[in-house]
Ligand binder design. Structure first.
Ligand SMILES: Cc1ncc(COP(=O)(O)O)c(C=O)c1O
Length: 390
């Protein structure tokens, strides 16, 4: 059986180092923050190319803390996509604000910049004929103040931040990069996490850089935001533990996860090279296979962290056939994501409806992801593609 994500092979590679590091941390008696965490934050900031990195308890907390640092709350609106993991939009609601969904580009799966401009205009004018908006009465809609954008780097490919940051600048909006899936990827000479004012990532075990539990990190060049995040991470701590100058959360990364990540960071560059190798092997095999499938496209100048290798079938039925053929060959597949966020029950109070975001609604019926990890051999990638021929 080919694993969808092979954490066992990775563990065999780093077992001695990771076990020694975890044991040393347990013997140190420092479990929350401490030197392992500080060392990790410095290394992560250097890796991403930002001045500051604040580690935290999860990718979701990273987004929530970033929104809190920007002062987002009830009455505020934040633009994001419906084709993503729950957390991208959930974090907006967690701080009491309202997500305004914007459809994605069918080629990159990331936010569609012209739809983003239309959504901003529609909200400013309270005119849902320009772009779908929450189905609220005009006064409630008019009460929303647009504050920012959470752009998502889906499946490892950074969104188009040149365009997104420019649009945000025109409308005085902040940009948060949801780099939960793209850490290790980049655009031009800049790495994911550094492409907007604030970058957020996740170290969930299945992510390109994952720990052995939950973890996350926030990146910024802004010293003021860095200080705010460090305070928010510990209940709005002021000059000492028992001075609370604002509301915060228990948002810290623990030392054991930091010890794991410090070891995994040593092999991360090589793992990224291996992920690209696997993507190339899939691409070459698919090019000659004659299958009615669209393979991922990485625009020039971009690098994907290849969190997922996602194909688009011609329709839901064709997707089921491919998945069944792969399952018969003992090859696992996944559907990211089977439901658009705007039709999830959790967001029902927004009143969005089927038909609001045509690209997302089409993709959820056609996408499926193949096994993707640094330890997948080229001939396994070829075997996976061959199995799809039936
Ligand atoms: C795009 C995206 N955003 C946010 C998150 C949240 O990260 P976490 O699971 O660490 O809270 C995830 C991953 O799970 C994700 O894929």
């Amino acid at each position: 059986m080919i694993p969808f994500i092979d954490l066992k092979s990775q563990y065999a590679r780093i077992q001695d180092r990771v076990e020694a590091a975890v044991l040393a941390t347990m013997r140190s008696g420092t479990f929350i923050l401490g030197p392992e965490v500080l060392a990790l934050e410095q290394r992560l900031a250097e890796f991403a190319g930002t001045k500051h990195c604040v580690s935290c308890a999860s990718g979701t907390d990273a987004l929530v803390m970033a929104l809190m640092a920007k002062g987002v709350g009830p009455g505020d609106a934040v633009f994001t996509v419906p084709f993503t993991f729950m957390a991208s939009a959930e974090a907006i609601c967690t701080v009491g604000a309202t997500p305004i969904f914007v459809d994605v580009d069918p080629a990159t799966f990331n936010i569609d910049r012209s739809a983003l401009s239309r959504a901003i205009e529609a909200l400013a004018k309270g005119d849902a004929s320009i772009h779908p908006l929450p189905r609220w009465d005009v006064n409630k809609l008019a009460g929303l103040t647009p504050q920012g954008i959470i752009a998502v780097d889906l499946f490892g490919l950074p969104a188009d931040y040149q365009a997104i940051n420019a649009i945000a600048g025109q409308h005085d909006l902040f940009v948060i990069e949801d780099a939960a899936q793209s850490f290790g990827g980049g655009a031009g000479n800049a790495r994911a996490g550094s492409l907007a004012e604030i970058g957020c990532t996740s170290f969930f075990p299945a992510k390109p850089l994952g720990c052995y539990g939950d973890g996350g990190a926030i990146f910024t060049d802004d010293a003021e935001i860095d200080a705010l995040l460090r305070s928010i991470r510990v209940h709005g701590q002021g000059s000492d533990k028992y001075e609370n100058v604002r509301l915060g959360i228990t948002g810290r990364l623990d030392a054991v996860q930091a010890a794991v990540l410090n070891v995994k960071l040593d092999i991360f560059d090589d793992e990224l090279v291996q992920r690209q190798r696997v993507a190339d092997a899939y691409g070459a095999a698919l090019a000659g296979a004659g299958l009615d499938l669209i393979a991922p496209v990485i625009p020039g100048g971009y690098a994907s962290a290849w969190a997922q290798y996602t194909l688009i079938a011609s329709d839901a039925e064709a997707r089921s056939v491919f998945q069944a053929r792969l399952a018969a060959a003992d090859i696992p597949t996944m559907i990211y994501y089977p439901r658009p966020l705007h039709t999830q029950q959790a967001f029902a109070p927004l009143g969005y409806a089927e038909g609001d975001f045509a690209v997302t609604e089409d993709l959820v019926h056609r996408v499926f992801s193949l096994p993707m990890h640094p330890y997948l051999a080229d001939d396994e990638a070829r075997r996976i593609v061959a199995a799809m021929k039936g």
